[in-house]
Design a protein around this ligand. Structure first.
Ligand SMILES: *[C@@H]1O[C@H](CO)[C@@H](O)[C@H](O)[C@H]1NC(C)=O
Length: 369
């Protein structure tokens, strides 16, 4: 027992990197605190300007019941809503989005953008329309939901991870399931990967790395949702609610745990894939000229369907089974099929059970296949 607890403590602390921007709403008493921010008074962790014309509580609300309950590092989560008034700046896309307000270098080096997302059956997102979720303006890494613009069919119930509009991973977006995500972004090497888990499970490298231009001015990651229009969409009276929690940007080592102080189950106690990175922490101050209103409007409007090239077939969609590692902490017995068996920073099993062999998927992750 003692040994187990000690190893848990060591793993927990060894895995955590440095939080360079914290969007977890812990210091918010309500979503109306977002109104503290303005272009002339840029305070708090979020810029709040991409929303419809109604009061903030029509689009953004906070509550402990809106967070992933496994996330003990967050006091509350955020419910982000889009309704028939959620049109910003004369556009025909429904949008409610928050932008990190920070001088930290959240567009430099090797970083992890963390968040959890779920939906419920109340005000469920429409599966017949494309949604862009938690995206950068150049769309080099983002989630999407619903029927992609230009795709055939009438609806698509999957949540997808996309790189420059190409689907790299997808899963059915069931109600009441928390999806934990880390966008793994190497702004220096121009590479992105995707870490994912559900519920309280630790994050697992699920797709990537992919090479892409990781272009960001440090104020263009959008927490929230943009829904593309259909012909009658402007008049439709439906409302959608999206839930997010555990939002933060981390440098250094990836913390694969959901929240702090999570009690892992006994079969997977200390076997979280460990990874180290040689990226040094970034301390360079971003210039403030990138945050001007005119710049932001110009770049955000590139998401319009009329100006953005979209693929017409979802041909690259594939489902990926999430690997679970179940090797024990004592010694290194062979990893089970689908388990991790190597990679930079990996200290666990390096052999596989009979019937599978260890194959390197990338420098950071070898898997028993
Ligand atoms: C918003 O402003 C109020 C009043 O000054 C302050 O009490 C509150 O802490 C601020 N909220 C945040 C999130 O900084």
């Amino acid at each position: 027992m003692f040994k187990l607890a000690l190893v848990q403590a060591l793993v927990g602390s060894a895995l955590a990197g440095t939080v360079i921007w914290d969007g977890r709403f812990n210091e918010f008493s309500s979503s109306t605190d977002l109104n503290n921010w303005s272009w002339s008074n840029q305070v708090g962790p979020y810029q709040y300007y991409i929303h419809g014309s109604a009061a903030v509580t029509q689009y953004v609300n906070l509550s402990p019941s809106y967070k992933n309950p496994a996330d003990t590092a967050s006091n509350q989560g955020v419910k982000i809503s889009i309704d028939k008034t959620a049109y910003w700046n004369g556009q025909n896309m429904r949008r409610t989005e928050l932008i990190p307000q920070t001088s930290a270098g959240i567009n430099q080096g090797r970083l992890y953008y963390h968040f959890s997302v779920k939906r419920t059956n109340t005000n469920a997102p429409r599966a017949d329309l494309e949604h862009q979720v938690n995206f950068f303006e150049s769309h080099f890494t983002e989630l999407k939901y619903g029927l992609l613009s230009g795709a055939s069919g009438s609806s698509d119930p999957t949540l997808k991870w996309c790189v420059s509009g190409q689907t790299k991973w997808s899963v059915t977006f069931d109600a009441d399931v928390w999806h934990n995500v880390a966008y793994d972004i190497d702004f220096s090497a121009n590479q992105v990967s995707f870490w994912h888990s559900t519920g309280s499970d630790p994050l697992v490298l699920t797709a990537g790395p992919f090479s892409v231009s990781t272009s960001s001015n440090g104020a263009d990651w959008h927490l929230g949702v943009l829904r593309l229009p259909m012909n009658s969409d402007l008049q439709s009276s439906d409302v959608e609610d999206w839930y997010f929690s555990g939002v933060y940007v981390e440098s250094g080592s990836l913390n694969t745990q959901i929240g702090s102080g999570v009690t892992p189950t006994t079969t997977r106690t200390t076997t979280t894939p460990v990874r180290t990175t040689t990226t040094s922490s970034t301390t360079t101050q971003r210039t403030t000229t990138g945050t001007t209103l005119s710049t932001t409007i110009r770049t955000t409007t590139t998401t319009s369907p009329t100006t953005t090239a979209r693929t017409t077939t979802p041909s690259t969609t594939r489902s990926t089974a999430v690997a679970t590692t179940t090797t024990s902490a004592s010694g290194s017995p062979p990893a089970n099929k689908w388990g991790q068996c190597g990679g930079i920073g990996w200290t666990g099993a390096t052999t596989c059970v009979d019937g599978s062999t260890c194959q390197a998927l990338n420098p950071y992750y070898s898997q028993c296949l």
